[in-house]
Design a protein around this ligand. Sequence first.
Ligand SMILES: C[S@@+](CC[C@H](N)C(=O)[O-])C[C@H]1O[C@@H](n2cnc3c(N)ncnc32)[C@H](O)[C@@H]1O
Length: 333
Amino acid sequence: MSTGINGDNKAEAMNGTKKVEERSLGSYYDLYIPTSFDPENQVTLYLGDCLEFLATLPDESVQLVITSPPYNIGKEYEDALDIEQYKAQQRAIIEECIRVLKPEGSICWQVGNYVNKGEIIPLDILLYDCFKNKGLKLRNRIIWYFGHGLHCKNRFSGRYETIMWFTKSNDYIFNLNEVRVPQKYPGKRHFKGDKQGELSGNPLGKNPSDVWEIPNVKANHVEKTDHPCQFPVSLVQRLVLSMSNEGDMVLDPFMGAGSTAVAALLSQRRAAGAELVERYHQIAQERIRQAIAGDIKVRADKPVYEPPAESKLTTNLWKTEEQLPLVDFITTD
Ligand SMILES: C[S@@+](CC[C@H](N)C(=O)[O-])C[C@H]1O[C@@H](n2cnc3c(N)ncnc32)[C@H](O)[C@@H]1O
């Protein structure tokens, strides 16, 4: 694969002829990251509006689109719009993503809820027809579950978001073996029939299912930057590994802190995308350089930590004398 771009030799690198191995580690931090798309670039990061950027991409030039768009909830980088205006804006971007997608390609649109005066509108429900009306096929609606977030008073606290995975055709890449997870009972055996006594699971692990528990990037998370809503690299990496092959182009029209690019580069794919806000564009550039240098910190795709039941933090110090009999009653019966 051709590589990213070294400031010392921009022209050569722009042609994609300079190999990663040929460079010294120190030079990575001067790495010039192209802002205009070339299918040979290892990475392209446009500063500006994604529709402008998408217009420069040829038809069918991208294997995989992964993104988390603005949710229209008034974050610092967005003006909250009327919901139909928001949908129209999203539709225009989705249609451009479909145009640039290869016939065997996939789109993963990761969203949560739009919230207006306590009423929620799940954005996957709102946006589903933007894909369906263009002939795309929904393969999974993945539930991304995380244990922490805001505490709601007038409804149950939200602890999941979704990823709609669409394919452009019935002929699509799905490398299940790349993303298998450990079985709960790897020693389980067939108990009857021809295979009685033989191990019954897949030695490579089990299908990770369509419910993924991965911590969100908050507070002390090792990937946390100044960006207010990054998605975790391991979430993106499962999508990258299963839906593309090495050397393929992965696009994120809303690059934010660059998590999609980081996951793509760590998996030997190419990456391209746009970011509107200069500060986030800088953060994404920095993380891309770290990923290419091999010294970016990411949380491994591993089960969520369960604290020991008898630790200082898991001991319930709130019990009052009055509550104790009730607690005992519940736990012993
Ligand atoms: C939900 S965040 C994406 C975060 C990203 N997934 C990450 O892990 O860092 C959406 C990003 O889209 C950017 N954005 C909003 N409108 C945009 C547009 N029209 N073109 C490009 N970027 C835009 C915002 O500045 C924000 O950084």
